[in-house]
Design a protein around this ligand. Structure first.
Ligand SMILES: O=C(O)CCC(=O)C(=O)O
Ligand SMILES: [Fe+2]
Length: 291
């Protein structure tokens, strides 16, 4: 089972003191969710008007690219869009600074990914089974292959009504992989080229990416697994922050509204122990290289 490791004394600008220098990276790599109960993201009075599900268009999240400043998925424009961009961008900077302090082992090699703001209540939200994050899953991207890089995500609950975000956390990656790998199929030769030519992926989908997508789908489609897999329920209060390698930790988001999230990509070679990565675990089980 993945464990929840609580770190009480963290601040955005200061590494926590009750951890050995490589402690956070070691805990994350072993599949823990790091929980920072006191790490609150401050919302300014001028930003209160952003707290409505009406600010999103079709998608469930607002997506921000911290490198280009582009904001996607919002119905807002003009000064309201500027206010939203400022909020998400401020969170992105804080999360990046914090991760740099907390995970010095990754510092020079970690890549900043997208930022999201999630103003839609999860419980009762309509979605296809594949997009339904209330089902236990590991994260895998359809359009942007990671080529083995780890998906590290920082989440903060900014609910103004003090409502927690409720997750389920499932079994460790080795157990998930042992259970589902026999049902996975290696991609058909040429399919990666075709996806790329059709612009369905932004770079070639590696065999690793293809297997991780299937794993994500197999987990979500298996209703008996969803009900019976070892799992624990966790509530993240508003005003708290947590992080995990979500390509490794089986998780499901059951309820909650208003969350900020920052994605990072960590190359396998930057890990303290790359044998704990989904890439190396799958390669060992399948018995071949996957990149
Ligand atoms: O929104 C959340 O709390 C997490 C949802 C999730 O599983 C994801 O974004 O991959
Ligand atoms: Fe997820």
């Amino acid at each position: 089972m993945s464990r929840l490791t609580t770190i009480g004394d963290a601040r955005w600008t200061d590494a926590p003191h009750d951890l050995p220098p490589a402690g956070a990276a070691a805990a994350l790599e072993s599949g823990d969710v790091l929980f920072f109960p006191g790490l609150e993201f401050e919302v300014r009075p001028s930003e209160q008007s952003l707290f409505s599900p009406a600010i999103v268009t079709a998608a469930k999240n607002i997506s921000f690219d911290p490198r280009s400043g582009s904001l996607k998925g919002t119905a807002l424009d003009g000064s309201a869009a500027t206010t939203l961009r400022a909020l998400v961008s401020r969170f992105s900077s804080l999360a990046a600074g914090f991760v740099g302090q907390l995970l010095p082992a990754y510092r020079d090699r970690i890549e900043l990914g997208r930022t999201s703001f999630r103003p839609v209540e999860i419980a009762g939200r309509a979605s296809s089974w594949r997009k339904d994050d209330t089902r236990l899953h590991i994260d895998s991207f359809t359009a942007t292959p990671v080529h083995g890089r780890r998906i590290l995500r920082v989440f903060t609950n900014v609910n103004p009504h003090r409502t927690p975000r409720t997750w389920r956390i499932g079994e460790d990656f080795e157990s998930v992989a042992q259970r589902f790998v026999p049902a996975l199929r290696l991609p058909v030769p040429g399919s990666a080229t075709l996806l790329r030519l059709l612009r369905l992926t932004r770079s070639r989908r590696s065999t690793y990416d293809a297997l991780m997508l299937q794993l994500h789908d197999r987990m979500k489609a298996d209703t008996a697994y969803q009900a019976r897999a070892p799992q624990t329920r966790v509530e993240f209060p508003s005003g708290s922050t947590w992080m995990a390698f979500t390509d490794q930790v089986s998780h499901a988001a059951m309820a909650g509204q208003y969350q900020l999230e920052q994605t990072f990509l960590v190359p396998v070679v930057a890990m303290l122990d790359d044998r704990r990565s989904p890439l190396r675990i799958l390669e060992r089980i399948v018995g071949r290289r996957l990149l």
